[in-house]
Design a protein around this ligand. Structure first.
Ligand code: PBE
Length: 319
């Protein structure tokens, strides 16, 4: 049942048109719960007049973002220009704060718009939808690449080979993310995935010689997407004899650290769109091993299913 839920909802996360076509007919107007905002003293007597017109005011024209350095925040700023959302603000926070705002809104069946991405467990745990993005401010489906520093292959040929072979799916990553969200420690969740996917892991490590404690530094972002993948690859490399250091840095510093040779590798490079600017700056000074996940990463504005809007354009109409 857990598996079933996961795959269905992940498909919903990526198949935007299908989802939107299938879920825009709810009429929430009859449900009293959706119309009470009295607690904050801003209850609007005309609230019931038109469900979607009131969303903007109820949300204080605020889009809930994440950490300012995340690539998705650049896309969101671009989006506000593309759709002329002059009255709206993009509130920066963190993934954790964004998730708690989202969960609080869902609890109270209030409107909320957040910057969201897939793969992510939030689509497993909650009924959410991406708003349609006809201007493609958030780009199209993306790949997640593995990047290493120049000279890495000469220094650590075995690790290079493993990272070069490393390839998985969004469904794989979500299995780890799901457990993380259930409160399982990231290494335990990663180890569980490895234990259940020995054939996949051995296709990366087969024929590669073990080493004796060579140190490798992998840089990653603070998002759970990165935490789940990096914990997994760190365990795989450690099992092959490496001593892996995982270093959490701001998004742009992942790229500069690899380009400067301060770090050895990163496995969370979202391309071609999300990290385009960071990537372009260091392109000539790094080695790109290509996608470790293909065509399954996506970004956008995410809202609860119960909201009666389908497109980013609908935010503009309310302004
Ligand atoms: N994310 C998750 C990151 C990359 C991975 C989409 C939040 C970002 O830079 O926006």
């Amino acid at each position: 049942m857990m598996k079933h839920e996961k795959s269905v909802i992940f498909v919903a996360g990526l198949s935007l048109t299908l989802v939107l076509a299938g879920c825009s007919v709810d009429d929430e107007g009859e449900d009293d719960d959706t119309t009470h905002t009295g607690e904050n003293g801003q209850a609007d007597p005309e609230e019931e007049a038109s469900g979607s017109m009131d969303y903007a005011e109820e949300m204080d024209y605020e889009i809930v973002g994440i950490d300012p350095g995340a690539g998705i925040m650049g896309n969101a700023e671009q989006m506000m220009e593309d759709y002329d959302l002059d009255e709206w603000n993009l509130q920066s926070s963190s993934e954790a704060a964004m998730i708690s705002s989202l969960e609080e809104a869902i609890e109270n069946e209030e409107p909320i718009v957040v910057t969201g991405w897939s793969p992510h467990w939030k689509f497993i745990s909650h009924d959410l939808k991406y708003l349609d993005d006809p201007e493609l401010s958030f780009g199209e489906a993306e790949d997640i690449h593995t990047l290493v520093r120049e000279g890495f292959q000469d220094d650590f040929p075995e690790a290079y080979e493993i990272l070069d072979n490393f390839h998985w799916t969004a469904g794989d990553m979500e299995e780890i993310m799901y457990e993380l969200n259930e409160g399982v420690d990231e290494f335990e969740a990663a180890q569980n995935w490895i234990d259940e996917n020995e054939d996949v892991v051995s296709s990366w490590t087969e024929g590669v010689d073990e080493v004796d404690g060579d140190p490798i530094e992998i840089v990653h972002g603070q998002w759970e997407t990165d935490l789940s993948s990096v914990s997994m690859i760190a365990l795989v490399l450690e099992d092959m004899g490496y001593d892996v250091d995982m270093t959490l840095v701001e998004a742009n510093h992942m790229y500069t650290a690899i380009a400067n040779g301060d770090a050895d590798a990163m496995i969370g490079s979202w391309l071609p769109g999300t990290h385009e600017l960071y990537y372009e700056q260091v392109e000539d000074d790094i080695e790109d091993l290509g996608p470790n996940m293909e065509g399954e990463a996506a970004l956008g504005l995410v809202v609860p299913e119960y909201m009666d809007i389908d497109s980013i354009e609908d935010l503009k109409d309310e302004g």
